[in-house]
Design a protein around this ligand. Sequence first.
Ligand SMILES: [Cu+2]
Length: 180
Amino acid sequence: MFLRIGILCGVGLLAAPMAAFAQTTFVVDGKNPTTGGHVWECNGVQSTPAKVGDAKRDLSIKVKNNDIVCFVVSSGQHAVILENATVEKDKVWEVVASSGTVDTELPMTPLYAAFDRTKARRSAQNTGKLVQIRIKSLAPGMAILFACDPHSRGGTPVGENREMLGAIVLDEGKDTKKLR
Ligand SMILES: [Cu+2]
């Protein structure tokens, strides 16, 4: 009897990805690796030092519209910064209800001078589950830039060669809406 239930569950799992409006959840994990430093990691890929405001980043997460990006912290303390939050929120992406917030302005200190303070907003939390966003209308060539408070601030010059910078870009190969 238990075996039969197992088989039925298996069939259900196989059928799910075939749904017309399949939705994938990407977990972006803030952590302090044992090798040192601080990273965001998604599907085994870790962020490497990059430039605030520049979309050229090794951690480039390919999503399709309707997917969920879930920012969490498994070690250390890291708040996610959405670098262009005020212009993207509710247009390019939206916060999943009751999943957290990304409304906090960055501190008015020179450490954050590389960010556009009129656009950048950070999550309320810096440990555990931070916030989830649903991708609404990401277009080819666009990038949702994200960073960490505090590990993306500072630098010499400020904003250069910073840790925990990533991008969310459109997976054009998977976005069936674009192919039709
Ligand atoms: Cu961090």
